[in-house]
Design a binder for this molecule. Sequence first.
Ligand code: ASP
Length: 327
Amino acid sequence: MPTQSKSLHLPFGEDKNAPWYGKDILSVKQFAREDLEYVFGVAHEMRGMVERVGTFDLLKGKILANLFYEPSTRTSSSFTAAMERLGGSVIPINEVKYSSVSKGESLPDTIRTLECYADVIVLRHPETGSAAIAAKAAKKPVINAGDGVGEHPTQALLDAFTIFEELGVGEIDGMTVTMLGDLKYGRTVHSLARLLSLYNVKINYVSPEILRMPQEVMEEVAAKGIPQAEFSTLQEVLPQTDVLYVTRVQQERFENQKDYEKVKGAYVIDPQVMQAAKQEMIVMHPLPRVGEISPEFDEDPRAAYFRQMEYGLYVRMALLAMVLGKA
Ligand code: ASP
């Protein structure tokens, strides 16, 4: 459920009674099933608007501070595009080394600074829990765009939206979702497993022994009554899989690079492997990929990972409109 609203100065035309007005988005744990229906409904409308008119003035005059302490292509540029498609503007801080962060400024002070100039802050940071620290310091809404190995809630929302749009609304229930690759350090799967536990799904985890899904996440999912099982080979579960969610081995999170060398290339999806899968299923990936899906598979209609990026634009448009009281 939404957390408590922050008290914002209320300019004309904003609905302070809108359910997500002034809220931070820090974790998927804030979302109940009906909240997802709401987000996906708004995202679906955003998709229609972009297809019909491209850009429109829902957030005209609003400013987003896009603060990235870790590399990003899709999340950063889709938040920028989302704000601009809604008629707002963006302060981009991608290279924190050129900001006062390189002078030793603390995260709370950087956040307090940016909120003097912006109406909403999107933050990516290498430390788990950093988004919550930023949100505590801020009077304006903070959106977590990835906090270390913690969570990546907007990615999980766009992933779930992708499943709905690709496989048909109402059909998540009864599905088998298989998560493959680096389940230990992959924050996207931590968020997605939690989010999917709001539906009646079955979740398979396929990973090398040293990259298993954290116990904490599995316990939370189990508490919702969701069947989960762990495997070391994909062959065991691929034929029953409706959604195959592939992840990159997160090299930058390994303490010992020798361990990375042992597991990098552990699984590769290619047309031959996919012969064992259903025809009516999708393959997703938060991207970037570094060899775990062969480009030879890209033309297969089941390859949903490029379409998934586009859905991210609509979900992020919806989230910005929601926290700024315009949806
Ligand atoms: N882009 C995603 C993330 O930021 C996935 C990845 O980096 O592998 O978590």
